[in-house]
Ligand binder design. Structure first.
Ligand code: DPP
Ligand code: ZN
Length: 873
């Protein structure tokens, strides 16, 4: 397959100013008539043929300025439509295609989900509806007429505002016409037709525009959309308040569908969501589900300005909208919830997904320079590291200049398809700073390592910090440059008393900009030996090594003013102990006891003040995190044993605190998804987990009692999760009853699939295969596949990475099967292999064999072909 390169970008030779679509919906023979008002692009080539993109299309007729073209006047295949002699002045092209939504299992373009019609066009799905210049720098005004059988699809939705609807004379069909006045790229097109329930609310924007907000769901589930609707309203207010951005249409519609490749999609005025990120009730959704719904509703809404009003020139600029919009949704969630707790959650995700990606064969820059399949670049690097870059920019230039730069960016780029350069230029102009060095964050892949050494001079009362940075090689980038790394830092005294130290290299906001391979800074007026608190709030996406002994790090847990670094200190000490234990290094009981004692004293003094934070502090790094820290010759069994043993030790030495939390934070019967209530539940359930590790029989009886009495899904699922760590009849019976109770709730059964797929025992692979036969499982539904197979491969370190290779062979077979139906889904599953090179040699060779067995198959999709070949490179 060809490689597409950023350096080869050139503007489109033609433009499409106006699009009129006439879509006659039919389960297997949908007719689409596209009338395109086109003209040559003044910035394009003057002699170029007109080449429109297609994908699996069936062309019926094509007409130029109203005249039907004869067969020799164009060239058509399912993949393209070429007119060699296109006019050099404005012209109208009318194209009729026929498509089969029922046969569309790729879930790209127009397809059916639970009997409803819906679309997904990002990145290149519009070309599966009609031939088009399917690239984000071609912006058009769309008018869409949708027609369907009234009984089959009573609800008909399109982008923009509704303009007309009615009955088709003499038939049982009806139609609706939608007009979107905002020029947009084709990837933001959407339509929906189906039988849907509706929940709505009126909203008035800051400047007084009346907007009707509506969420469409499976009929009967309207009451499960109220939290999403509330989150939408809060997002709209927040964007007005924090970024000065208002909504710009008369309606804002969200539709929840059950078959969806992504989380959600920001189509103009018509967001389409995976129902997992809309539907919630205390009985069916956990606190984490509520938090995700809030974040994703906000994310897609925020795209209206960062993505839609200002879109991307080409797909290399994906981070321009995604990184920025993730940053915006993170800020929203931080304002709506607890900022430090949310920051820790963000960083946990970043490390688990992006650092992992950056250290393996799929590492790529935030703005890639080449791709074979763009669907494979909707990654943690583009999204999460992309957001970290925006955050660093804000840290470096300060809040006020950041807001001014954003205003300039919106003002300059509104209505255009922009680039990362356009974005950075707005900030460079506002601050008169040269941001060219900072821009390297977009180009250079890999996670920088920062080594820090501290030295105290008690005579001079100075404290010196020496920094050195390096970035390991990544695919295509053997040599790395030094990055511009903002280090937010401070010094902490051993007893927590304040210190009036100063350093002229640290700005008023407490930030040192470390932008050379090596540098050092000196604090003056340091009256006692301090502990440095570095990268406060995780001010840069780097890995830090600082040779402080455990007891000094634990000073930070006690006394740092920065909550992130308090948590980080505990994690660092835990990680040292876990990595050492996992690799057979000597760890004294005294070391573990000292750590447990520090946790116990933290629980004593702090846990009640902020239970959500406390829950994070007492939760050990995951097995996958430990594997990443070890980085080579990984034995997942040894990691599992080490972590289980450490949980047991902490559970034993902190049992009294843990029991107290579990009792005092008990379910009140009145569920509220707010962050404070959720935090209490998370501490309660983290306590239960450690108690069960320390004393399985006590844990089992507590968990069974909680499972039976829980009044909400969070507590119920947490207790079932604890039970899955305790083999035996009680667990099996609890699982069976849960499965029976929720047999008609697919989203709840997904959680049940996930828990079972994650059981770290030898029988799990057979269990997973058995669950694939469960009536609720479907290989064609992405949520089901991710819940069962994805969880097995991504969460179950010991069983996916079985020493006999059976886990790898199983995943390979599912990938091949899925690839025939849904390549995007298959490629996503396949990324579970990205850790294979860090395994010990037996596992490594089994994994390589499994990957080669995939690579050898003929007719792989471009999605899977790309991931498998990069994984083996
Ligand atoms: N739907 C995906 C997102 O919002 C891609 N745009 O991130
Ligand atoms: Zn997005």
């Amino acid at each position: 397959t060809p490689i597409i390169r950023l350096e080869d970008y050139r503007p489109s030779d033609f433009l499409i100013d106006n699009v009129e679509l006439d879509v006659k919906l039919h389960p297997t023979e949908t007719r689409v008539i596209a009338t395109l008002a086109m003209r040559p692009n003044p910035e394009g080539r003057t002699d170029a043929p007109l080449v429109l993109d297609g994908d699996e299309l069936n062309l019926r007729t094509v007409a130029l300025n109203g005249r039907t073209l004869a067969a020799e006047e164009f060239e058509a295949s399912p993949q393209s439509l070429t007119i060699a002699q296109a006019p050099r002045q404005p012209f109208t092209l009318t194209i009729e295609t026929e498509i089969n939504p029922t046969a569309n299992t790729k879930l790209m373009g127009l397809y059916r989900s639970s009997g409803n019609y819906c679309t997904q066009c990002e990145a290149e799905g519009f070309r599966r509806i009609t031939y088009f210049l399917d690239r984000p720098d071609v912006l058009s005004v769309y008018t869409t007429r949708i027609e369907a059988e009234r009984d089959d699809a009573p609800v008909l939705l399109g982008n923009g505002n509704p303009v007309e609807s009615g009955t088709v004379q003499g038939s049982d069909r009806h139609y609706a016409v939608w007009h979107d006045p905002h020029p947009k790229p084709s990837y933001l097109f959407a339509l929906v037709g189906g039988r849907l329930g509706r929940l709505s609310k009126s909203f008035t924007t800051l400047s007084g525009r009346a907007v009707e907000l509506a969420i469409y769901v499976e009929p009967g589930k309207e009451d499960r959309a109220d939290y999403a609707l509330d989150a939408l309203e809060r997002s709209m207010r927040w964007d007005e308040r924090v970024f000065g951005r208002e909504y710009d249409l008369d309606v804002f519609n969200i539709v929840a569908v059950s078959d969806f490749n992504m989380g959600a999609m920001e189509n103009k005025g018509l967001n389409i969501f995976n129902d997992k990120y809309v539907l919630a009730s205390p009985e069916t959704a956990t606190d984490m589900d509520y938090a995700h719904i809030e974040a994703i509703i906000a994310h897609e809404y925020f795209h209206n300005w960062t993505g839609n009003r200002v879109t991307c020139r080409d797909w290399f600029q994906l981070c321009l909208k995604e990184g920025l919009t993730v940053f915006r949704d993170q800020e929203f969630s931080s304002d709506e919830r607890s900022r430090p707790v949310h920051r820790i959650a963000e960083v946990k995700t970043l490390r688990a997904r992006q650092f992992l990606e950056d250290s393996g064969p799929l590492a790529h820059p935030v703005r890639p320079s080449q791709y074979r399949e763009i669907n494979n670049f909707y990654t943690a690097t583009v999204y999460e590291k992309g957001a970290e870059i925006v955050r660093m920019l804000k840290t470096i230039i300060g809040d006020e200049d950041f807001r001014r730069g954003m205003d300039v960016y919106f003002e300059r780029c509104d209505g255009t398809a922009a680039t990362v350069e356009d974005f950075l230029n707005a900030f460079a102009d506002v601050t008169r700073r040269d941001l060219s060095h900072f821009a390297r964050w977009y180009e250079q892949s890999g996670t920088p390592r920062v080594k820090v050494k501290g030295q105290y001079d008690s005579g001079a009362q100075t404290y010196r910090l020496d920094f050195a940075q390096s970035t390991p090689p990544t695919p295509g980038q053997p040599k790395k440059d030094a990055m511009a790394i903002p280090v937010a830092l401070g010094l902490v005294t051993h007893d927590g008393s304040p210190l009036n130290a100063t350093c002229d290299r640290v700005d008023a906001r407490g930030v040192f900009l470390f932008d050379k391979p090596e540098d050092g800074i000196t604090f003056m007026g340091v009256t006692s030996l301090p502990v440095p608190s570095l990268f406060r709030g995780f001010s840069a996406p780097v890995k830090v090594s600082l040779g402080l002994p455990d007891e000094e790090l634990l000073v930070l847990l006690r006394h740092d003013t920065d909550a992130f670094n308090r948590w980080q200190a505990a994690q660092t000490v835990a990680m040292r102990l876990l990595a050492a234990r996992s690799t057979g290094a000597e760890v004294s009981h005294a070391q573990i006891d000292a750590f447990s004692a520090a946790l116990a004293s933290f629980m004593e003094s702090d846990a009640q003040k902020d239970p959500a934070f406390a829950a994070l502090v007492i939760t050990l790094p995951s097995e996958a995190d430990i594997a990443q820290e070890i980085g080579q010759n990984v034995n997942p069994d040894a990691i599992h044993r080490a972590r289980t043993e450490m949980r047991r030790r902490i559970g034993l030495s902190c049992a009294n605190h843990l029991r107290r939390f579990h009792e005092s934070l008990a379910d009140t019967g009145r569920y509220s998804p707010d962050a404070t209530s959720a935090g209490r539940r998370s501490l309660r359930n983290a306590s239960l987990d450690l108690l069960a590790a320390a004393d399985p029989s006590e844990g089992e009886s507590l968990a069974v009692r909680q499972l039976e009495s829980a009044s909400n899904m969070t507590d119920r699922l947490a207790s079932l999760s604890v039970l899955t760590t305790l083999p035996g009849a009680v667990r099996e019976e609890a699982l069976a009853r849960f499965g029976e109770r929720y047999r008609n709730e697919p989203l709840v059964l997904d959680k049940w699939f996930t828990l079972q797929a994650a059981i770290p025992e030898d029988g799990t692979l057979e269990r997973v295969k058995g669950l694939m036969q469960h009536p609720a499982f479907s290989i064609a539904n992405p949520n089901r596949v991710r819940a069962l197979i994805g969880s097995f491969a991504m969460l179950n370190q010991v069983q996916f990475n079985r020493e006999d290779g059976a886990g790898y062979r199983f995943l390979a077979s599912v990938v091949l099967r899925t690839d025939e139906l849904n390549p995007q889904l298959a490629a996503r599953l396949l990324t579970a292999f990205s850790t294979w090179r860090m395994m010990e040699s037996t596992r490594r060779s089994h994994a390589e064999e499994a990957l080669r067995s995939i690579a050898q198959k003929p007719n792989l999709s471009r999605d899977v072909g790309d991931i498998v070949s990069r994984s083996l490179e």
